[in-house]
Design a binder for this molecule. Structure first.
Ligand code: PDD
Length: 285
């Protein structure tokens, strides 16, 4: 049985009920987070809760819960659900209302949280990606649940036997449909700077921090599509996938067609950081 949280109650997933008039259902009016858990410790919790706060602010919602309450709820779910390593999905919508686009401050947010066991990804074989126009909206810095463009892009990727669609807006790489993008060129690592066109990924920020701490040059710089196509290495990052080397782009080999040396280095640094975190005794929750 999987225990979930819904609006103040802890219930079995099968028993959780949400009204069809929830604005998440009728309008996709809400935001979410996906947070990894290692050895029952929530990874980068502060950063995820800060991003949630920011997403809520940008859609004119108050955070329905204080930080201590978020921590208490996540702590219980992570303790009671299966798996030392888990992935938390949390979603906040503007709640139930008659179907009308216009909202007001009186609406009661819906808060839903579930977790599932998380398998450690093995990215060593490399993956394929396709390049597509960024057909999403202009506020991609909000982690909105309204994901139809991303769903269609990832469907297209999967029809091509690829793992991800890397998106290009006005000639510049923004991000993947569900990941951030890094490229390597002449021993240096580049990733597009934060803007409204991309999600400020928690993994992205951590990868930049860890590379810089370990003496690998990494800068935030606009990446034209041409530079993506000629890169020595391409990586995509996300909380559950970590750092994935893209070895085939639109059917063409990236660099040698194998995960490159900078990826090997970055993956080792990331793994060590995670290991250190998960062995730490005191709870982060
Ligand atoms: N997606 N960009 C987009 C559009 C994303 O959807 C995601 C993550 C990321 C990476 O962010 P982070 O490093 O904080 O996970 C970037 C999640 C995991 C999802 O939708 O399932």
């Amino acid at each position: 049985m999987s225990l979930v949280y819904l609006n103040g109650d802890f219930v079995a997933l099968e028993e959780a009920r949400i009204s069809p008039l929830d604005r998440g259902f009728t309008f996709g009016d809400g935001v979410y987070e996906v947070i990894p858990v290692y050895n029952r410790r929530v990874f980068r919790l502060k950063e995820h809760l800060e991003r949630l706060e920011n997403s809520l602010k940008l859609i004119y919602m108050r955070n329905p819960l204080p930080v201590e309450e978020w921590k208490r709820i996540l702590d219980r779910l992570v303790t009671e659900n299966a798996g030392d390593d888990q992935s938390i999905y949390l979603q906040v919508t503007r709640g139930v209302s008659p179907r009308d686009h216009v909202f007001n401050d009186e609406m009661q947010a819906t808060v839903f949280i579930m977790t599932k066991p998380l398998e450690q990804p093995d990215n060593s074989a490399g993956s394929a990606a396709i390049v597509r126009p960024d057909i999403r909206w202009q506020w991609c810095h909000i982690k909105a649940i309204t994901l139809l463009p991303s769903v269609l892009l990832r469907h297209e990727a999967s029809l091509s036997g690829a793992r991800e669609a890397i998106l290009v807006n006005q000639g510049l790489v923004t991000e993947g449909a569900a990941s951030n993008v890094f490229i390597c060129e002449s021993g240096k690592v580049l990733t597009p700077p934060k803007s409204r066109q991309l999600l400020p990924g928690i993994t992205r920020d951590l990868v930049i921090e860890l590379l810089q701490q370990n003496g690998i040059e990494c800068s935030e710089y606009p990446v034209p599509e041409t530079q993506l196509r000629s890169a020595d290495e391409i990586w995509i990052t996300s909380s559950t996938q970590e750092i994935v080397p893209i070895t085939v782009l639109d059917g063409e080999m990236v660099g040698s067609g194998q995960p490159g040396p900078l990826w090997q280095h970055a993956a080792r640094i990331y793994r060590d950081f995670k290991q250190e975190f998960s062995q730490h005794r005191s709870s982060d929750v």
